[in-house]
Design a protein around this ligand. Sequence first.
Ligand SMILES: [Zn+2]
Length: 139
Amino acid sequence: MLALGPYREGYSLRPNSRAAIERAPKNPIGVRDVVCTLEEARDMLAYFRSLADGLTMVGDVKAPACFRAFEKIRHALPTTGPLPKTRKKQCPRDGCNSTDVRPATPGVSAGFGGALPPALEEIWECAACQRPFLLTPSN
Ligand SMILES: [Zn+2]
C-alpha cells in the first residue's frame, strides 16, 4: 500500500497516521478498516487528495484507487458532514458569503472527466473560510 511506503517529510503520512493504518485489521480483500483520531483522518484526507491529484496528472493507474480512498475518508469524517449547497459561485456558509471561491480538486476532476458521467455537483472551496461546499451548476 502506497500510504505505508518509506516516510518522507511533507509527502508521506505522519507517523501516527501510518500507525493507525498499520494497526487496522485487513479484511479478506486486503482493505483495512482504519480506526483513528479526527486529526489522523484529516492528515490521511490531505494525503490521499494530493496523492490522487499527483497520480492523475501523470496518468497513473492507481489514481482512481487513491481518489476512492479520499472519498471514503471524506465521507467518514463527522465534522465534514453534508456540505452546504449553492447555485452561485459564492460561499454559502453563514456569515461568510465570500466570492473568492475555486474548484476544490481540479486535477482529479480533469483526470476523471472522460470516465465518469458529468458531475451534477462540484466540490468548491472558499478561500476566505477555507471550507468546502457543493456547487450545483444551473441548467
Ligand atoms: Zn467562506
